[in-house]
Write a protein that binds this ligand. Structure first.
Ligand SMILES: *Cc1c(COP(=O)(O)O)cnc(C)c1O
Length: 374
């Protein structure tokens, strides 16, 4: 089976885990502090970084720290991982689905304008396949309406946008380090911001709302006499996870180069194939988390079944959230619905070999040639 995605971990990660186990404290401690410091340095040294248990937890805590709660609305593109929607509803707020541009799968800012109400608090653009081509328009819209911006950059760790590293600028930016993202900490996520108050609220909320507990945990201690004012959660990042994350950061240049090379080869090999349409995404500085493309003429599901029969795993990123029972909207979103029918994601991960990739490309082309003749 050729895998759609996988973690690329090995001996270095094993040794790092062994060091944590030898020290004997697996929970949040100095390995977490070190990983946060490494991430902050990687992002240029001016940002606050708060590591948490998952990317979903990062989104939820970021929204909570921005003061989002019951009665509030957050506008989020329908075509995203259901995590983006659940993070909003976990705060008691309502995720309001907006459409995406079918050429890029990025948030359609004209549609965002239609979804604004007096209850809108935050715009939540999602880097789709690691790109956010019209993000500056989202910021202009937010500024015009007095809204905050939370960037769901789960796909976009290690990427550049408009010449700057994703996370080094922007209002509040969340990353995911789950098993298949550009780097992994086993699981994990991070909230990145220049807003010290948001960072402080998120730091407390990840440790059950216990105020100012983080520094004690980093020193191997904890608070016994403490104050709690806000709803908190057990969303901190453990030493075990952080130790994996620190190793992965050192391997990132190789991962980034391989992912980019695979994306470039797919683009070259598939650009002219009848029956397919590539998204028009920037490539410069973009380290792709996934390689999605559009399968035209209603053949997506048949191609998917064919690839599966050839031992090739593929995926759909994503089923639009406004079509799910929990998040169903009263209005149609034609761009997201079109992509929900046409998108297919091909295998892409740092351990995919040239031979495997050529098998995938060959199987896609063979199916479309025979479908075209039929
Ligand atoms: C992976 C992902 C998340 C959630 O991250 P987890 O670490 O899996 O919780 C959120 N949004 C998007 C777009 C993602 O791909």
């Amino acid at each position: 089976m050729i895998r759609l995605s996988r973690s690329v971990v090995g001996q270095e990660e094993q040794l790092a885990l062994a060091r944590v186990i030898e020290e004997g404290y697996l929970g949040m401690g100095h390995f977490t502090r070190e990983f946060e410091a490494q991430l902050a340095a990687y992002l240029g040294g001016t940002r606050q970084v708060v590591c948490v248990s998952t990317g979903t937890a990062a989104l939820q805590l970021a929204l909570q720290a921005l003061g989002v709660g019951r009665g509030d609305e957050v506008i989020v593109p329908s075509l995203t991982f259901v995590a983006s929607f659940q993070a909003v509803s976990a705060c008691g707020a309502r995720p309001v689905a907006c459409d995406v541009d079918p050429e890029t799968a990025f948030m359609d800012v004209a549609d965002v304008e239609r979804r604004l109400t007096a209850r809108t608090r935050v715009l939540m653009p999602v880097y789709y396949a690691s790109a956010a081509p019209r993000l500056e328009e989202v910021y202009r819209c937010a500024a015009a309406h007095g809204l905050r911006v939370l960037e769901d950059a789960a796909h976009a760790f290690a990427c550049y946008r408009a010449g700057v590293r994703v996370g080094s600028v922007g209002d509040v930016v969340c990353f995911s380090f789950d098993g298949i993202k550009n780097i992994t900490a086993g699981e994990g996520g991070a909230i990145v911001t220049a807003d010290a108050r948001v960072a402080e609220r998120a730091r407390d909320a990840r440790l059950l709302g216990v105020e100012n507990d983080t520094e004690k945990r980093y020193a191997g201690d904890r608070s016994w006499d403490f104050e709690v004012r806000e709803q908190g959660w057990r969303y901190h990042m453990s030493n075990l996870m952080a130790a994996i994350g620190s190793v992965q950061l050192t391997r990132l240049p190789a991962f980034a180069a391989r992912r980019s090379e695979l994306r470039n080869h797919y683009c070259t090999a598939l650009a002219e194939v009848a029956g397919l349409r590539l998204l028009s995404l920037p490539r410069e500085g973009v380290v792709p988390h996934i390689f999605p493309l559009r399968v035209l003429h209603g053949r997506r599901d048949a191609l998917m079944a064919h690839l599966r029969a050839c031992g090739i795993e593929c995926g759909v990123h994503y089923k639009p959230n406004h079509l799910l029972a929990r998040f169903r909207s009263e209005y149609a979103l034609p761009g997201a619905e079109l992509l929900g029918r046409e998108l297919l994601t091909l295998p892409l991960h740092a351990a995919l070999s040239d031979e495997e990739q050529n098998t995938v490309i060959g199987a896609v082309c063979a199916f479309l040639e025979s479908a075209g003749r039929a």
